[in-house]
Design a protein around this ligand. Structure first.
Ligand code: NAD
Length: 215
């Protein structure tokens, strides 16, 4: 296995896509997959898939296809999904609660371990996923003692930096920011932004005012 500490983000995103495709194929009972099939599932060229597999030493013998479970295990080791990671959600509103209730994290070795909010009317309420909303003031370094925690920011934009600073202060330095606010992060922290509204905007652009048969 090559030195993987400095894997570029686009490569990690491709590996994550292979991983997701393999999870789904395994769930469908697939026993063997070719690199072309994986490429098609991820919308990536088969050449790129083979390059990635060869770079990370993934897969078995070329030409016989891949065992989805085995390949998924190998990719999990590269992505460090072979060990559990906790997700701590800050902002238990519509998006935060939907995330907490999502049932698909298990296949990624991810688990939502805490949901925090500042609204006294919400604190103590049971939500989907079997969790209880906790007071954000109770976020401490003990919330995630093993340091293997990822924060999810689902607060209003004007509270995003404050909530992020709380996460940094308790040692959570990996954050998925769902808010539109940019986050200033201390050295060594990593903040990624997830936004589906811009994706809808991209699709809106392709409006050709087409009238389909069922209109
Ligand atoms: P919401 O108003 O339903 O929930 C926000 C929650 O944050 C509330 O429960 C509120 O009490 C809590 N909160 C406020 N300040 C806090 C603080 N300092 N600490 C802890 N909790 C705090 O909002 P929503 O609809 O769930 O949206 C949440 C965020 O996600 C917004 O920033 C929104 O713009 C963003 N969003 C992003 C996308 C996307 O495509 N990425 C889509 C929808 C919403």
């Amino acid at each position: 296995m090559p030195e993987t500490d400095r894997v570029p983000i686009p490569t990690l995103l491709r590996l994550a896509c292979y991983y997701r495709a393999l999870v789904e194929q395994e769930q469908r009972g697939a026993r063997r997959l070719s690199s072309s099939e994986i490429a098609q599932l991820c919308g990536i060229s088969a050449t790129q898939v083979r390059k990635d597999f060869s770079f990370f030493g993934l897969g078995g013998k070329p030409g016989v296809g891949y065992d989805p479970a085995q390949l998924r295990g190998q990719i999990a080791r590269v992505l460090k999904l072979d060990r559990p990671h906790q997700i701590v959600i800050v902002g238990a509103g519509r998006l935060g609660q939907a995330l907490a209730a999502y049932g698909g994290f298990g296949a990624y070795n991810l688990q939502v371990s805490g949901v925090f909010d500042s609204d006294p009317a919400k604190i103590g309420k049971r939500i989907g996923g079997g969790l209880t909303i906790q007071d954000v003031k109770k976020l401490t370094p003990k919330t995630c003692p093993g340091k293997r925690c990822i924060g999810a920011l689902t607060v209003p934009a004007d509270q995003a930096q404050r909530a992020a600073d709380t996460l940094f202060s308790v040692g959570i330095y990996r954050i998925l920011n769902f808010t539109p606010a940019p986050i200033e992060a201390p050295a060594g922290a990593i903040v990624r932004t997830a936004a589906f509204t811009p994706e809808f905007a991209v699709l809106a652009f392709f409006d050709k005012e087409t009238h389909y048969e069922h209109d």
